[in-house]
Ligand binder design. Structure first.
Ligand SMILES: [Cu+2]
Length: 177
């Protein structure tokens, strides 16, 4: 019932808004006639800025996507030993098996969730994020990471998943060798 009312009110308001838009658009030509040259100059500048932004963004994406640690069909197998790691997320905890590694070892995380979407994020001992993927119910995301330095790594949830989301964390230990 309330849905129908909201729907009807929305339709009326959207209709009114459309009429206002049409009215403004119809009167736009005459109002703007005096400002022709400055508008043309501004549009030319905007076109150049847009082109420059596109070049920068495409280049930045190309450079940064290369470094993503995701496993793709074309990913070569890692040089060192690889350890399969099962990661299960649930409100509000991580179960990571195994959770101890050594430097040079590559972990192949198989990440899934028992309930809602969570964000699996791996932080190195300096709390710099080094790898991340989604933990989704009914789906396994595979992520490889080669541990480069010893210490205590943190796994934090990066996707808001409920009242204790902030406390959804665990540790991974990486030994020197
Ligand atoms: Cu969360």
């Amino acid at each position: 019932m309330i849905q129908d009312t909201v729907w009807a009110v929305s339709i009326v308001l959207m209709g009114l808004l459309a009429i206002v838009f049409a009215w403004v658009a119809a009167g736009a030509d005459e109002t703007l006639a005096d400002y022709g040259p400055p508008i043309a100059a501004a549009y030319r500048l905007r076109t150049w800025l847009f082109a420059a932004a596109m070049i920068v963004l495409v280049a930045a994406n190309y450079r940064s996507l290369e470094a993503l640690p995701y496993v793709s069909r074309s990913s070569p197998p890692p040089a060192g030993p690889m350890q399969r790691v099962d990661v299960s997320a649930e409100q509000w905890a991580w179960t990571i098996t195994p959770s101890s590694f050594s430097v040079g070892q590559t972990a192949e995380f198989h990440v899934s969730s028992k309930d809602v979407n969570h964000g699996f994020a791996l932080y190195d001992p300096g709390m710099r994020i080094v790898a991340q993927t989604q933990a989704m119910p009914g789906y396994v995301n595979v992520l490889r990471y080669t541990f480069k330095e010893p210490g205590t790594y943190q796994v934090l949830c990066l996707e808001y998943c409920g009242v204790e989301h902030h406390d959804m964390k665990t540790e991974i230990n990486v030994a020197a060798h």
